[in-house]
Design a protein around this ligand. Structure first.
Ligand SMILES: Cc1ncc(C[n+]2csc(CCOP(=O)(O)OP(=O)(O)O)c2C)c(N)n1
Length: 360
């Protein structure tokens, strides 16, 4: 097998290789950086809230904010996103507010998906982000099919489907890739290879070398990229979309990154990995790398950082207060939005259920 080269431009000191010919404006880069910072801060607070017993569950994208935000930033709002769960950064990039996110984490009446999913299983019809599903990999054939529909309808859009490397062991991964390749569907399969499927290391998940080789087996162009390098990820996704829209079919991107945090609030990673490994990856932190670059270009400094962090903290504080004062979704939402009209049989069940909840 030929050696896979990994696209990478930004080093740990924030120095950008001269070979990087990006066209990202300063304003957009700053927006990207702020979105990464916001994501990290919100994730952190949600974990604290769970620890305090206020919400039931939380997951964080700590260490993976770079590949999530840069990939979303390389697309347009008309392109559809199919997240797995560790991609709240793409929501913030698209304009999902902190308040909406916190309501979602509380699964209350103001949660845009009305508490019908677990926390961290966000989605937004307005933002063209398909709601996260708990069963892994279901989003992969969905993205392939949706992209094929875009192609048939002659739309100039693509689908971006996120998943972790562990999810490539599910049958749906193979079904989705095969279908998309055959139909030349405009879908970008974006794998965050963060080293772990909960406590299982990559070496114990599959015998192939990384993920990119799996795409090649289906006749899909596959690229490995430094997932902690904002510029590299932005470039490969931009090019992938161009290829998709030229009718040349899907692409598989393997973003090599590292999950710095726990899998979720139900996990304790100290049981299966050393601090030394985590510390090594902290030096490759995507947030730090972009920060150093922006500072070297005089686009960012400590004053701006402090001011952004304090603005976000205030927003989170207000959002938490608002969420605490918001009731759970109304009981009737349990039968709404699936059928155009609630079918008689379901209505009967709902009425029976309602007798147990006179308050609604
Ligand atoms: C079909 C299915 N099997 C198992 C699980 C339990 N589960 C939830 S997350 C996860 C690990 C997924 O790892 P990966 O795809 O690498 O994503 P990461 O969490 O590392 O971002 C597992 C096994 C599930 N939700 N669905």
């Amino acid at each position: 097998m030929t050696k896979q080269t990994k696209v990478s431009y930004l080093d740990e000191s924030g120095k950008l290789s001269a070979s990087c010919k990006h066209k990202i404006s300063d304003a957009e880069l700053i927006k990207g950086y702020k979105t990464m910072l916001t994501t990290r801060q919100v994730d952190d607070r949600m974990i604290t809230l769970q620890r305090q017993g206020t919400i039931s569950f939380a997951m964080s994208s700590y260490g993976e904010e770079g590949c999530v935000v840069a990939s979303a930033a390389a697309l347009e709002l008309g392109d559809w996103l199919f997240p797995q769960y560790r991609e709240d950064g793409c929501m913030f990039w698209r304009g999902y507010t902190i308040e909406q996110y916190v309501h979602h984490m509380f699964c209350n009446a103001k949660d845009p998906i009305l508490g019908r999913q677990m926390p961290n299983h966000f989605g937004s019809r307005e933002l063209n982000v398909v709601t996260v599903s708990s069963p892994l990999a279901t989003q992969i054939p969905q993205a392939a099919g949706s992209a094929y529909a875009m192609k048939i309808q002659g739309e100039k859009t693509c689908a971006l489907c996120y998943f972790g490397e562990g999810t490539t062991s599910k049958g749906d991964f193979h079904v989705g890739l095969n279908f998309a390749a055959l139909k030349k569907a405009p879908v970008i399969f974006f794998c965050r290879n963060n080293g772990f499927a909960i406590s299982t290391r990559v070496e114990d998940q599959f015998a192939s070398k990384g993920i990119a080789s799996k795409g090649k087996a289906y006749g899909i162009e596959s690229i490995q990229v430094d997932g902690n390098d904002y510029f590299a990820v932005h470039e490969v996704v931009t090019k992938a979309k161009e290829k998709c829209l030229a009718g040349k079919g899907p692409i598989l991107i393997e973003a090599v990154t590292y999950r710095l945090g726990a899998h979720s609030t139900s996990d304790d990673p100290t049981a299966y990995r050393d601090d030394a490994e985590v510390e090594k990856w902290k030096k490759r932190d995507p947030v730090l790398r972009l920060k150093r670059y922006l500072e070297s270009k005089k686009l960012w400094d400590e004053k701006k950082e402090k001011s952004h962090l304090s603005k976000v903290k205030k927003e989170i504080d207000l959002a938490i207060e608002a969420a605490k004062g918001t009731p759970g979704p109304a009981l009737e939402t349990i039968v709404k939005d699936v059928y155009f009209e609630v079918p008689e049989s379901l209505q009967k069940q709902y009425e029976e259920l309602a007798t147990f909840f006179p308050e609604g």
